[in-house]
Design a protein around this ligand. Structure first.
Ligand SMILES: Nc1ncnc2c1ncn2[C@@H]1O[C@H](COP(=O)(O)OP(=O)(O)O)[C@@H](O)[C@H]1O
Length: 214
């Protein structure tokens, strides 16, 4: 089963049914919305639709755990967490899901697992699929609000990376408005997409990871 072709309809349907038992009904509907939105974005931006649909379906695979549960899950799947991440259980489900899915379904491509892993906090040097799932998580039809509606209208109209940065900035604003703690690497991640950093990276002899290696 773990070796089944991850792009078959059987695999998708089996994970869909399993997901329904892992998360509540709203989260399940959200996941289906993210799968569809990610596939639509992949079509528009020239990425692999099947990978996008699958990563969208699986991104909240571990969202059903409560705070102590997700910390236990992190231990169970062998993650080594910094003290900071251990203090932020709400951001861990993508990291644990990627590790658990890699273990339980070894045929899943790393590109899909990376998109699942990065869907909450983002990362430096994200690929198209990573950005697509990050955006789809925020803009699937179940998400509401003026900013979401404005951003949704930009799907397919602005370059993928521009849309990703708009969505990332929207999330950072939300976290600040809600007075939630901000992951300390958020600035590093944001800066890595700024044009100044791109220029820096292309300079001969420049360290391509000026903020240190992950
Ligand atoms: N850079 C960040 N720093 C701290 N918390 C974050 C960051 N990005 C997202 N979060 C928080 O992580 C939680 C889970 O995010 P996510 O999985 O994307 O959203 P959702 O649960 O709405 O699908 C949210 O509470 C969000 O505010």
């Amino acid at each position: 089963m773990g070796d089944a072709n991850p792009f078959s309809e059987e695999f998708f349907e089996a994970r869909r049914a399993e997901l329904e038992g892992r998360v509540g009904p709203r989260r399940f509907q959200h996941s289906l919305g993210v799968a569809d939105t990610a596939a639509a974005l992949a079509r528009v931006y020239g990425a692999d639709e099947r990978e996008a649909r699958l990563a969208g379906l699986l991104h909240d695979w571990d969202k059903g755990y409560d705070d102590p549960g997700i910390l236990a899950r992190a231990d169970e799947v062998g993650l080594t967490l910094s003290d900071e991440l251990r203090s932020m259980p709400r951001v861990l489900h993508g990291l644990t899901a990627a590790a658990a899915l890699r273990r339980d379904f070894p045929a899943l491509p790393e590109t899909v697992l990376a998109a699942v892993e990065r869907h909450t906090l983002g990362e430096v040097a994200m690929g198209d699929l990573d950005m697509i799932v990050y955006i789809a998580d925020a803009l699937e039809p179940g998400r509401t609000g003026r900013t979401v509606e404005k951003l949704r209208k930009q799907m397919g109209k602005v370059p993928l990376r521009e849309l990703f940065l708009e969505v990332y900035a929207y999330w950072v604003r939300l976290i600040m408005e809600r007075r939630h703690p901000m992951y300390s690497r958020t600035t590093e991640i944001w800066n890595s997409y700024m044009p100044e950093q791109e220029v820096f990276r292309t300079m001969p002899g420049a360290d391509t990871m000026p903020y240190g290696r992950p």
